[in-house]
Design a protein around this ligand. Structure first.
Ligand code: DX5
Ligand code: ZN
Length: 209
């Protein structure tokens, strides 16, 4: 499978956000980390920022928020083309998948490193993609958790669409995740805070991992 790259703007400079987004136009997906200070211990951005970002990349919103169902409409109206919510945040996963589909956007579900695949297995056919967290969500710059690798492998055995990994991705861990079956790699600090290469160069190198 072709490797696709989703730079996470969490590690961009929010005072110059559009400039940083323009630096990674060779990527595939723009990964937007939405945090509410409840589901995770950090607060980031919401629809008011997303609506002003101009990009040709697919805008995906990774909702690390409690009660995501309440906010689907504003995120879609702000231009999110794919909504990813956490299975840990909802009682009825299937109902929210259906609700998001009604808005004619793509839908993905995310699992924390310690959440089992069984939480989403019954709904795989309804999903456009799955996001497996390779760190506990909340902050950029954390270390890739190796124990998620078997989960990536198991999912690839039963799921043909995009498997995205998020957290601690660098050249080394990108290779490990891709070999396990991930084909969409989120990278935040490695793209935007790389001391050796410009962001576009990192994206290009990750694509060819
Ligand atoms: C973590 C976020 C990630 C984060 C990844 O909660 O979901 O998208 O930005 O950052 P790095 O690539 O620095 O681990
Ligand atoms: Zn993310």
């Amino acid at each position: 499978m072709r490797i696709k790259i989703a730079p996470s703007i969490l590690s961009a400079n929010f005072a110059h956000l559009q400039d940083d987004v323009d630096k990674i136009s060779n990527a595939d997906v723009l990964h937007i980390d939405v945090m509410d200070g409840h589901f995770v211990n950090n607060i980031t951005i919401g629809p008011v920022v997303i609506k002003d970002i101009k990009t040709n990349l697919l805008k995906e919103s990774h909702l690390m928020i409690q009660n995501p169902g309440k906010y689907i409409k504003p995120f879609v109206e702000a231009g999110s083309q794919r909504i990813i919510f956490h299975a840990e945040t909802v009682k009825d996963t299937e109902a929210l998948i259906e609700e998001i589909k009604k808005h004619n956007v793509e839908v993905g579900v995310s699992l924390n490193p310690d959440s089992p695949l069984s939480m989403i297995k019954p709904y795989l056919e309804k999903l456009d993609m799955v996001l497996l967290m390779t760190v506990f969500p909340g902050f950029g710059g954390q270390k890739f958790i190796d124990s998620v690798v078997p989960k990536i492998k198991e999912l690839r055995g039963i799921f043909e669409k995009d498997i995205e990994v998020d957290g601690g991705i660098n050249f080394e861990t990108a290779k490990i995740a891709a070999e396990a079956g991930a084909n969409l790699l989120v990278a935040g600090s490695f793209v935007f805070k790389n001391k050796e290469h410009l962001p576009a160069k990192v994206v290009e190198m990750l694509k060819n991992i």
